[in-house]
Design a protein around this ligand. Structure first.
Ligand code: NI
Ligand code: MN
Length: 227
């Protein structure tokens, strides 16, 4: 059994009852976050890229809880230099952790961090995470790409997190195409309505996927689903 809770924007908390994992822990300054960074207690933190709305509170949480940050190599080095524990990976590589397997996918986007937001932190990624007998694909921040078909072919994706907010990532129509490529059992839209610039209608996304064999689950921040 796997419990997955949406914390707003792209932040997702996953637990199989034994291990606790958070993806893209942007909580401080996230207007939609239902929890505070100081209340997060996890074993692992997965960071798709260095942008503040994804790396978020990762370093602070790692320092406080000793959680390991799993991230692309350059970002993993960047957080290590700032006192966090890190496990360096890179795109196309997978690794068997104690909780399950993590594989990094491509994501068409940028990645930088730091005070000015201009320190280069390598390539951004998405994650295919197998835990509790289920496989989750968190696309991170990305535009649509044809290789999503491969992700769907190589993995039976039980749950996909797909950005729909447009401007910085896929919008609704491209996200619908992405879901058709990946063919997940369930898809949860993310990365929308945090700010005006990424305003999107999750109901329109749901409607466009009607009858396509995929369950669309719109989660409000703080809501969970069980797989
Ligand atoms: Ni980004
Ligand atoms: Mn973002």
């Amino acid at each position: 059994m796997l419990k997955v809770t949406f914390y707003g924007h792209s932040c997702v908390f996953v637990t199989d009852g034994r291990y606790k994992i958070i993806i893209d822990p942007f909580l401080t300054n996230n207007p939609l976050a239902p929890v505070k960074a100081a209340d997060i207690d996890v074993d692992y933190i997965l960071a798709t890229h260095g942008h503040g709305d994804h790396l978020g509170d990762a370093i602070e949480i790692s320092r406080r809880t000793n959680a390991t940050i799993i991230a692309p190599n350059e970002l993993a080095n960047w957080v290590s230099q700032r006192g966090a524990l890190a496990h360096n990976m890179h795109i196309g590589g997978g690794y068997d952790f104690e909780f399950g397997r993590v594989k990094l996918t491509i994501a068409h986007h940028g990645s930088s961090a730091g005070e000015t937001g201009l320190e280069y932190t390598g390539n951004p990624c998405g994650f295919v995470v197998t835990v509790g007998g289920k496989t989750i694909y968190h696309a991170g921040d990305t535009g649509l790409f044809l290789d999503m078909k491969l992700i769907g072919e190589l993995n039976k994706i039980d749950l996909m997190f797909a950005p729909i907010g447009d401007n910085f990532t896929m919008g609704v129509d491209d996200a619908v195409k992405a879901v058709e490529f990946v063919k997940p059992g369930v898809v949860v839209p993310i990365h929308y309505n945090t700010w005006e610039i990424i305003k999107a209608d999750p109901e329109a996304f749901k409607k466009k996927l009607d009858g396509k064999g995929v369950k669309v689950k719109i989660l409000k921040p703080g809501e969970s689903l069980e797989l």
